[in-house]
Design a protein around this ligand. Structure first.
Ligand code: AFD
Ligand code: MN
Ligand code: MN
Length: 411
């Protein structure tokens, strides 16, 4: 598809506005419940995580913010601006604040939903502390993921758990409105894991209901769609369109999956599915007559853990894929699509989508990147630089000097 210069400038404007947040935890050694395969260049300090995030941003120009995990990226009781300054030093800013109410032993039966009043109180206290951190470091979102759920029928009252969670979300939003008015709370859902019988926020409808019960239509609470958090065959782009039309779509945790929450690199399994998600967002803007290049404010974030691929390569691959598929979604001829839809021309409508999806955007992206003094192929640039080997040697030495072996924790 040869683009007119007008279409190309529209696309460049869209790419200028496209940012995708990196997860600090995506640079550290992670694993599965069956163990970990350590990587010498894996980040094991906050400094190293932000160094790596800053490098991905330098290579792609699309990652100005980094999501942080409060227990892994801040020292309890210390000035949170220490982390903010580390981020700044590496050319990035802190993005969403992720409380951690799933690791502590007391959360065995849940956090906000636990039958143990102290666990519920501690989860709330930790989250209210996260509000203070978010406000202090200039973040604009609090990203709530709970592992809460049960493993057996009859284990606990689903009704009681739901009531407790509603109470907690209401309190969190009330404090956010007072102390951190600019911020939005994202409520993330997940059908299973680590809970294997029921998860208290199991799907988009429950997350949306919690958003409405704690914040109404104020926009203070929105749904976070993690692309790996759906049962096989789920039509995620339909969920996205429905939430967007209800002003309840907060954003995404992007990853890919073959079976479950596999945290694989975006587009590695089903790139057309990711394209269809971006397509619904661009379609929403088109149908609402939003100005060219303008899209609804949605937080695009990566949430992946790269156990086998070199972490920096996997992250650059993911950002490159996100930019490609986003660009393709912006190439859909929306007028031709509308005409085909209006006349029931199914093949015509589908062809409008497929033409865009099948466009090779490599030359376009290369031109956009060169116009921003970025490498035309960020992954090739990373692999050619030899920086991963260099970091591996430096970090192995630094760990040795610290008397550390590569640790099983995320921190
Ligand atoms: C795990 C959870 C969830 C959460 C992420 C970061 O499944 O996706 O957002 O950890 O805490 O992947
Ligand atoms: Mn997630
Ligand atoms: Mn997940």
């Amino acid at each position: 598809m040869k683009l007119s210069s007008r279409a190309e400038s529209h696309l460049f404007k869209a790419l200028d506005n496209f940012a995708i947040e990196l997860p600090s935890w995506g640079f550290a050694d992670t694993g599965t419940r069956f163990g970990k395969f350590f990587q010498p260049a894996a980040a094991s300090t906050v400094e190293e995580k932000f160094h790596d995030a800053g490098l991905v941003h330098k290579l792609t120009g699309a990652c100005p913010t980094v999501a942080v995990h409060v227990l892994w990226d801040f020292t309890p009781g210390s000035d949170p601006n220490v982390t903010r300054r580390i981020a700044k030093k590496h050319g990035v800013r802190i993005g969403s604040i992720n409380p951690n109410v799933f690791q502590d032993q007391q959360y065995k039966l849940g956090s906000f939903c636990s039958p143990d009043a102290k666990a519920r109180a501690d989860a709330l206290e930790h989250t209210l502390d996260c509000i203070d951190i978010g406000k202090a470091v200039g973040s604009d979102s609090l990203s709530m993921w709970l592992a809460d759920g049960t493993n057996y029928p009859g284990q606990d009252s689903i009704y009681r758990r739901k009531r407790e969670l509603e109470k907690a979300f209401k309190k969190i939003v009330e404090v956010m409105k007072k102390k951190w008015p600019r911020a939005t709370m994202f409520i993330e859902y997940k059908p299973f894991e680590p809970a294997f019988y029921h998860t208290d926020i199991a799907d988009w409808g429950m997350a949306a209901a919690f958003c409405m019960s704690c914040a109404g239509t104020s926009g203070k609470a929105k749904v976070l769609v993690d692309t790996g958090h759906h049962l096989p065959g789920c039509n995620i782009e339909h969920i996205v369109a429905f939430l967007l039309s209800e002003n309840l779509l907060g954003g995404f945790h992007f990853n890919d999956r073959k079976y479950a929450d596999d945290d694989l690199t975006l587009g590695s399994i089903d790139p057309y599915a990711v394209f269809r998600i971006f397509d619904q967002i661009v379609q929403y803007a088109f149908e609402r007559g939003m100005p060219e290049g303008k899209l609804p404010g949605v937080a695009y974030m990566v949430d992946q853990s790269h156990n086998l691929k070199p972490k920096l390569e996997a992250m650059v691959q993911t950002v490159d894929q996100a930019q490609r598929l986003f660009a393709k979604a912006n190439l859909v001829d929306r007028k031709a699509l509308a005409k085909a839809q209006g006349t029931g021309d199914i093949v015509g409508a589908e062809t409008a989508l497929r033409n865009a999806y099948e466009t090779d955007v490599t030359p376009l992206l290369a031109r956009w990147r060169r116009s921003h003094d970025l490498p035309a192929d960020p992954l090739a640039a990373l692999r050619k630089s030899g920086v991963i080997d260099k970091l591996g040697k430096e970090r192995a030495k630094a760990r040795k000097e610290r008397g550390e072996t590569q640790s099983a924790s995320y921190a």
